[in-house]
Design a protein around this ligand. Structure first.
Ligand SMILES: [Zn+2]
Ligand SMILES: [Zn+2]
Length: 253
């Protein structure tokens, strides 16, 4: 891989590293966050704004996602290039600088320390193609490094992508993205074959917990909302999410 893609810092071209420490230091982590649903109202820690909260409550619905932190801007410091190298040129060790960016944003925004970290799962077909789940590498990094001295458990196996979907990046329209990802996730009952209590066993893992969902990039948020929905059904108390950056989508109608 090194001969195909000579390693150099995406920002200053320094050789031997994908993002050097001094360029990493210059990446601004965002402290101003917006509501994950309307994307308009600024909220503390990227929590859901009162207006959106009332819409869910009015429909007697549980909030799938209680908050979303976008770590940095997609278009600064060659973040988009770094993410592209990570996902499409299969450079797995880029999870280290990207993981550091996630942690910086989690700390800067004073997110509560989660009980459990869950990566957005990949469909097995996509996992075979890429060779790794980029969200899982990021989740593992955050799990090991967010709280020095002890690891926060990461849980990559219990939430699965049961339906293969066209990558969200390839769909431009907001409504189509939402339909594309609807009901794509489920709990992994296969983890407990031949066991009638599988559902309750998995529930024990999530019940009453504050969960931090991790993904690389989010656009409309549909993927995170779908994952959050499943985790809430499984008994999670709070589901927060952190991504490296939020990419502009076609405006919501
Ligand atoms: Zn550099
Ligand atoms: Zn809102």
């Amino acid at each position: 891989m090194d001969t195909l893609f000579p390693i150099s810092c995406v920002s200053c071209q320094k050789e031997g590293i994908w993002l050097c420490d001094s360029c990493l230091d210059k990446i601004e982590t965002l402290s101003s966050q917006v509501c994950p649903y309307c994307e308009k109202n600024t909220t503390e820690r990227g929590e859901v704004c009162p207006t959106c909260k009332n819409i869910f409550l009015g429909k007697n619905k549980t909030l799938p996602l209680d908050g979303l932190i976008s770590s940095t801007s997609y278009n600064v410091g060659n973040i988009s290039r770094l993410v592209h190298l990570f996902k499409y040129n299969f450079v797995s060790n880029i999870h280290i600088p990207l993981g550091k960016i996630l942690i910086a944003a989690i700390l800067k925004n004073n997110l509560p320390i989660p009980d459990l970290i869950v990566p957005v799962p990949l469909h097995p077909r996509r996992l075979r193609w890429r060779g790794f789940n980029q969200a899982e590498l990021l989740a593992n990094y955050v799990s090991q490094n967010l709280t020095p001295g002890f690891a926060i458990p990461a849980c990559p196996n219990l939430l699965i992508r049961k339906r293969y979907t066209v990558p969200q990046m390839k769909i431009k329209n907001y409504a189509e993205r939402k339909t594309n990802i609807a009901n794509a996730f489920s709990l992994n009952y296969l983890k407990h074959p031949n066991h009638s209590g599988a559902h309750s066993k998995i529930r024990v893992v999530f019940e009453g917990k504050t969960i931090l969902l991790i993904d690389d990039i989010c656009t409309t948020g549909s993927t995170l909302f779908e994952c959050g929905k499943i985790l809430k059904l499984a008994g999670a108390k709070k589901v927060l999410a952190t991504v490296i950056a939020r990419q502009e989508a076609e405006k919501k109608k």
